[in-house]
Design a protein around this ligand. Structure first.
Ligand code: GLY
Ligand code: MN
Ligand code: MN
Length: 450
């Protein structure tokens, strides 16, 4: 494990040459009064160190003779540790985390200069910690003032998040193992949820069962707030209240995944709560599934990142036209983004230390970057027919091409199917196949999955 972090830092050092990169740990966040939210380290910081304490700064520098990797950490303090947990401290920062040198964070001001003064380029991401952003600006101004006299020091700042995206986009086998574990736990949770869901239950009961599986298996908890949305609640994309009673005839959309050792799973399934479901639910489900399978086929090394979304959009738009929910010519509808009335989000995102993981999607000339072996991406098209749906009023003078009213039998249906897909040398591997995705819940229906 140690060598994994060492390897990652080495890759960054090889890339920045004589430059220096500074990363700040995630700030703590107040939940209420003097109680904080559970601490979650910044993903870049964690990626490079495995160190999960607040109040820390890391420096990677190519311009210091002896120290390439320096950590500033909270010092040991037994009294404080009695209240809020063990701190690694300076010695452990070196021994366990592999820092060439470590200091108490209080020495940042006086020690930092020696690590940046000879570097022509500073890598830093101006993030959410404004106090620290300000310190970097002050450092930068000081170095610039000195530069005319000393002749060295950074003349440019580059974004450290952009720097990291290129590395984090490709998952190592170590990372893949972690993500497979997060997925395996999340799969168990989804399968349990599908088996237990019944009309009359509350959404939070299902949520509780899912999150119980997460913690029982040693996961840190949900990777993002679990969405357990019965009936028309599924038309709210980030529905997290999870406080309604499930009804016979409802579909249940569950979007839930756990974080295991900081790596995430992200899975969505939609299925009938009871024994009955409507023809409209079945038809729309099959359409989303067809779109999802078409999109998965486009997840391959060399394929530009936009093509899987285009594939899903095409299937969904054509299907909605056939069903009379959209009117017009498919290409034109897509061009005018009319499908967004029912499919308003993207088809997927990279997955890793962040649920919406790092990874640049476009080149400077706006062309899309291709998938590469080692990418993990979610594939998650959906159709959501809001109970409040009304076709937009056609603008004055353009009355010739209005969209149709939608019959009430279609309204309040929300469906998403989300898998996590690894790009391999020979195509792709769907990592989440162990949660069935055929429509319905009976053994026979489940047996025809995929
Ligand atoms: N669960 C968040 C997402 O699907 O992107
Ligand atoms: Mn999701
Ligand atoms: Mn997702």
């Amino acid at each position: 494990m140690h060598s994994e972090y060492h390897q990652r830092r080495q890759t960054v050092l090889n890339t920045i040459g004589e430059g220096v990169a500074i990363f700040c740990s995630a700030p703590t966040a107040v939940m209420h009064n003097d109680v904080d939210y559970l601490y979650r380290q910044d993903s870049n910081f964690f990626y490079l160190t495995g160190f999960n304490e607040p109040g820390a700064v890391m420096v990677l520098t190519g311009s210091h003779d002896k120290h390439k990797f320096v950590l500033f950490v909270r010092p040991k303090d037994l009294e404080k540790e009695t209240w809020s947990g063990v701190r690694a401290g300076v010695e452990v920062a070196k021994k366990k985390y592999g820092a060439d040198e470590a200091y108490p964070i209080s020495q940042l001001e006086e020690q930092l200069d020696q690590y940046v003064i000879k570097s022509p380029r500073l890598y830093y991401h101006f993030g959410i910690d404004n106090a620290f952003n300000h310190r970097i600006i002050q450092l930068w101004q000081k170095l610039l003032r000195q530069r005319t006299k000393k002749g060295t020091g950074p003349v440019a700042i580059e974004d450290a998040q952009l720097l990291m995206q290129q590395f984090r986009r490709i998952k190592s086998s170590y990372e893949l193992d972690k993500i497979r574990r997060a997925i395996a736990i999340s799969v168990d949770a989804h399968n349990l949820a599908r088996e237990m869901a019944r009309p009359g239950m509350y959404e939070y009961e299902i949520q509780a069962a899912i999150e119980n599986v997460f913690r029982q298996a040693g996961a840190l908890g949900p990777a993002y707030p679990s969405i357990v949305a019965g009936g028309e609640n599924a038309c709210i994309l980030h529905y997290v209240e999870n406080n309604q009673q499930l009804q016979e005839g409802d579909l249940l959309l569950i979007d839930a995944g756990c974080a295991y050792d900081y790596y995430n799973a992200d899975i969505t399934r939609t299925f009938p709560v009871g024994e009955t479901y409507s023809e409209e639910q079945k038809i729309l489900y099959d359409l989303v599934l067809e779109a999802q399978l078409a999109a998965i086929k486009q997840v391959k090394a060399g394929k530009p990142f936009n093509e899987f979304h285009d594939a899903a959009t095409r299937v969904i738009t054509a299907g909605l036209v056939e069903l009379g929910l959209l009117r017009g010519e498919v290409d034109k509808l897509i061009e005018e983004k009319k499908h967004k009335a029912f499919f308003m989000h993207g088809t997927g995102h990279f997955l890793g230390l962040d649920v919406h993981d790092a990874g640049i999607l476009r080149n400077g000339d706006k062309t899309w970057k291709p998938f590469e072996v080692g990418n993990i991406v979610t594939v998650e098209p959906g159709i959501y027919i809001s109970p409040h749906y009304k076709p937009a009023d056609p603008e004055e003078g353009k009355k010739e091409d209005p969209q149709p009213e939608v019959e009430v039998r279609w309204k309040g249906i929300g469906i998403r199917i989300e898998d996590d897909v690894l790009v391999t040398a020979t195509g792709n591997e769907v990592l989440t196949t162990a949660v069935p995705k055929a429509f319905g819940r009976s053994a026979k229906q489940l047996a025809i999955s995929h």
